[in-house]
Design a protein around this ligand. Structure first.
Ligand code: SF4
Length: 482
C-alpha cells in the first residue's frame, strides 16, 4: 500500500502549530538541502521547527490572528480519522502499482508490455494530508452537524480528487474564465470553507475571517515555510524575488503576503532582472522593464530602488536546480555591486524547496538516463494538466529527446490507438500512440517508463497502464482500429 495512513495520522495528531512553527532563521550553505518530508516508501519527516527571530510583518501577524479564531481548523477532526484513513486506502490504492513497487527495480513485464516505474512518483505527503483533512471535514460537517462546504479552488491539481469532492457536494470556487475572478458571494455565514494544499491568499483569508465562516486549512506546511521566508524578507525591508509562475495559485497566495516583489519564471527572466541591476543608468529602459513584468510585480514596483536588497523565495514545484542557479545569479550580481563583505546585507536566501518535487524530478531523470538501455518506446507522465510539478516531469524527457506524453486521465488513451496529451508548450494535441503496434505487433513488446505528479493518485497510473494492456491485446488479436 502506498498511501501512508499512519504517517498522516502521526502528523495530524502530533504537530500543533507546525505551519507557523518553522521559520527559516539562518542562511543555509550552498550545499545544504531541505529535509526529506515524504517519499513513497518512507515515513514522512516533519520539517524541524525553528524559532522566529525578532518580530513579524503585519500580514503575518494578521494571518496568525485569523488562525487563532476558534472557527479556524488546521488539525482535522479526530472523530472522522479512522474512517477517512480507510476511505483513502480504498479509493487510492492501486494493485498494479503496488506490484511494481514490490519488484527490486520497479519493473514488470507481462502480456507483451514491459513497464519501468520511476523510483519516486505520485502523491506527496502534503497532498495526502490535504485530501485527508478535506475528507475529514466533509464527514464532520454532515448529519446533524450538516453545513455547506466550499473550497477556494481545486483542492489539488487532480481531476479525480476534485471530482470526488464535488460528488460529496463540496462547492469548488474556481476562477471565472471570462472575468478571471472567483465568486465568493455564495459563501454564507456559518458555512465551511476549505483552503487547498497550495494555500489561500491574504485577501481571501481576511474575507473569510470577516464572513464568520468555519475554515479548514489544508495548506501544506512546506508552502507555509515559503510564506515565513517571505515574511523575513519583508521584516528586513527586502524585495522578494519569487521563482515561480505569477498566475499559479500557490504563487498568488505567497505573493499576497509580500509588499514588494518581482516574480521570475525561469533563468532567462532572472537574467533580465540581473542585467537591469548591473546596467549603467543611461542603459536602463525602465518603461520596457516594467511593461515586460507588469503582471509579475507588486504595486508601485520601482526597479531603480527596489532591487538593491533582495531575498529569494520559490514556488514549491519549480526546479530545485533552477532556483539555486537563480539565487547564485542574484548573489553574484549584488556581490559585484557591493563587494563580498557587504553582499549579506543585500541578498538573503533560505532553503524552502520541497524535496518531494525534487525527488520526482530526479527519478524521471534516472528513467531518461536509462532510456536506451531499457529500450523505452516512450515515457508516460500522468497528472493534472494544471499541475505545475507534473508539467515539469514532462520537460525532463522532452529536453532529452525521449518520446513522452503527459496525460491527465486514462481515457486520454483511446481504443483507436490515439493519445491526447498536453505538450511542453501547454497545447493539447492528439496523435498516434503506440508506434510498434502494426501488423506484426504481437512480435514486439511495448516498453515504457511511467511516472506521475505529486497530486496524482496511483489509481490514475494503473488506469492508464490498463489502457496500454488493452491496446496491446487488441493488436495481438488483430482487432486494433488503426
Ligand atoms: S509538492 Fe507541494 S503539497 Fe507536496 S509536499 Fe511539496 S509543497 Fe507540499
Amino acid at each position: 500500500m502506498k498511501f501512508s495512513t499512519a504517517a498522516v495520522s502521526l502528523f495530524l495528531l502530533g504537530c500543533s502549530n507546525v505551519c507557523d512553527a518553522f521559520s527559516p532563521a539562518s542562511i543555509p550553505s550552498s550545499s545544504s538541502s531541505s529535509s526529506v518530508l515524504y517519499s513513497t516508501t518512507e515515513t514522512p519527516k516533519t520539517p524541524t521547527p525553528k524559532k522566529q527571530a525578532g518580530g513579524m510583518s503585519q500580514k503575518k501577524e494578521d494571518r496568525l490572528g485569523f488562525m487563532k479564531n476558534p472557527q479556524y481548523h488546521r488539525r482535522g477532526f479526530k472523530d472522522q480519522r479512522s474512517q477517512v484513513e480507510e476511505e483513502m486506502v480504498t479509493t487510492y490504492k492501486a494493485d498494479l502499482v503496488e506490484d511494481l513497487k514490490a519488484t527490486t527495480n520497479y519493473m514488470i513485464e507481462k502480456e507483451g508490455v514491459k513497464m519501468y516505474l520511476a523510483k519516486d512518483f505520485g502523491f506527496c505527503w502534503g497532498v495526502e494530508r490535504s485530501i485527508a483533512l478535506a475528507y475529514e471535514a466533509v464527514d464532520h460537517y454532515s448529519g446533524e452537524n450538516k453545513k455547506t462546504l466550499h473550497i477556494t479552488n481545486e483542492l489539488i491539481h487532480n481531476p479525480e480528487v476534485n471530482d470526488s469532492l464535488e460528488a460529496k457536494n463540496v462547492n469548488l470556487i474556481v476562477k471565472n474564465d471570462a472575468t478571471g475572478e472567483k465568486d465568493f458571494s455564495t459563501i454564507q455565514e456559518g458555512d465551511v470553507v476549505i483552503l487547498p494544499a497550495f494555500g489561500a491568499s491574504y485577501e481571501e483569508m481576511e474575507l473569510f475571517d470577516k464572513k464568520n465562516v468555519e475554515v479548514v486549512d489544508t495548506t501544506c506546511p512546506w508552502v507555509s515555510k515559503v510564506w515565513n521566508a517571505i515574511d523575513a524578507h519583508q521584516r528586513k525591508g527586502l524585495t522578494s524575488i519569487m521563482h515561480g509562475k505569477y498566475e499559479h495559485e500557490e504563487t498568488i497566495a505567497t505573493l499576497s503576503f509580500c509588499t514588494d516583489y518581482i516574480c521570475v519564471k525561469n533563468m532567462d527572466e532572472a537574467q533580465m532582472v540581473v542585467d537591469y541591476i548591473l546596467a549603467e543608468d543611461d542603459e536602463k529602459n525602465k518603461a520596457e522593464f516594467l511593461e515586460y513584468f507588469k503582471y509579475a510585480i507588486s504595486d508601485g514596483f520601482d526597479p531603480d530602488t527596489m532591487l538593491d536588497k533582495v531575498g529569494l523565495a520559490n514556488q514549491t514545484t519549480m526546479y530545485k536546480k533552477e532556483t539555486k542557479a537563480i539565487g547564485q545569479l542574484f548573489q553574484k550580481a549584488l556581490m559585484k555591486q557591493h563587494g563580498p563583505a557587504e553582499v549579506d546585507q543585500h541578498y538573503l536566501e533560505f532553503d524552502t524547496i520541497c524535496d518531494a518535487t525534487q525527488e520526482r524530478q530526479d527519478a524521471v531523470s534516472e528513467l531518461v538516463d536509462n532510456a536506451t538501455e531499457y529500450g523505452l518506446d516512450f515515457i508516460l507522465v500522468v497528472g493534472g494538466w494544471d499541475s505545475s510539478n507534473t508539467a515539469h516531469l514532462l520537460e525532463i524527457p522532452h529536453k532529452a529527446g525521449v518520446r513522452s506524453f503527459h496525460i491527465n486521465r486514462a481515457d486520454c488513451i483511446t481504443a483507436d490507438n490515439m493519445i491526447t496529451h498536453r505538450t511542453v508548450e501547454g497545447k493539447v494535441a492528439t496523435e498516434k500512440f503506440l508506434l510498434t503496434l502494426d501488423d506484426d505487433a504481437e512480435e514486439k513488446d511495448v516498453i515504457l517508463g511511467v511516472t506521475s505528479g505529486a497530486s496524482t493518485p496511483d489509481g490514475s497510473v494503473q488506469d492508464a497502464l490498463s489502457q496500454i494492456f488493452f491496446l496491446k491485446q487488441m493488436a495481438s488479436k488483430k482487432l486494433l482500429k488503426n
